[in-house]
Design a protein around this ligand. Structure first.
Ligand code: ADP
Length: 242
């Protein structure tokens, strides 16, 4: 199955006259680990909020033939767009399996067809293996490490059949080992998904980004490979402080 690219063009978001995102364009394709970076307040989260329907925006965000802007959140989810939040939104009192079951139930409803129980189990199993959570099945999500909670959130998107994964600071608060495991997970997921990773962690970005867009004050400051954006004097001036 082919996965469509995400193409964002001239995205604009205003909050009571304040321009948080002022004409941002970027695209993300299957096969790449795409990073969106920039200092605090640059507009990164607002871009994700706009693409997922949480914030009103003008411009365009196309997934293949489908325009995402202007659609309600649930329709955007149904088109295969999933996101994580800086604080993992999992049900702490429920087990890992119960969390994934809920996510699979959402998919069944959103797909408007009931898949066989066996089919759902297979997708949960795959997501558990992919995210390294197979051994945690019966543990309440609340006792997982910070990293494992983030992976559970990603696993929940996978069982919902999300093809576009928008990840908001996935490694914030993670240990070094968890960061590495997360980067490797992203590399594995890239083949079958469109990935857009909002990050503050420059070391993580350097290790795992295949392409980077740098935002500053609601606009694209620079774009390219890690080496290219790092060599860009504008980036060095406003962001890297070198
Ligand atoms: P980043 O994710 O890059 O740190 P954000 O997208 O969170 O930046 O915010 C971009 C700018 O928009 C900031 O100046 C922020 O204060 C402002 N902003 C974000 N959300 C709102 C909101 N709901 N109302 C008003 N201003 C907001």
């Amino acid at each position: 199955m082919t996965v469509d690219s995400l193409v964002v063009t001239d995205l604009q978001v205003e909050f009571s006259g304040f321009v948080a995102v002022g004409g941002v364009s970027f695209d993300a394709h299957p096969g790449e680990v795409r990073f969106l970076i920039g200092p605090n307040g640059a507009g990164k989260t607002t871009c994700i909020d706009a693409v997922t329907g949480l914030t009103k925006a003008t411009g365009s965000a196309r997934l293949g033939e489908s325009e995402l802007l202007g659609r309600p959140v649930h329709k955007i989810v149904r088109l295969g767009v999933g996101r994580t939040f800086q604080t993992a939104s999992v049900f702490d009192e429920l087990t890992v399996l119960q969390n994934l079951d809920i996510a699979a139930g959402l998919r069944r409803r959103s797909a408007s067809l009931l898949r066989s129980r066996r089919g759902v189990d297979a997708s949960i199993e795959r997501a558990l293996e992919e995210t390294g959570l197979s051994g945690e099945l019966t543990r309440p999500a609340g006792v997982l490490s910070h990293g494992q909670k983030q992976w559970l959130e990603i696993a929940m998107l996978l069982v919902q059949d999300a093809k576009v994964l928008l990840l908001d600071e996935p490694v914030a608060g993670m240990s070094q080992d968890e960061r590495t495991a997360t980067g490797e997970l992203l590399q594995r997921l890239a083949a079958q998904h469109v990935l857009l990773v909002v990050e503050h962690d420059m070391d993580f970005m350097r290790r795992f980004a295949t392409r980077v867009t740098v935002l500053h004050q609601g606009k694209v400051l620079s774009e390219g490979t890690v080496a290219e954006v790092q060599a860009d004097p504008r980036v060095q001036e406003v962001y890297l402080g070198t």
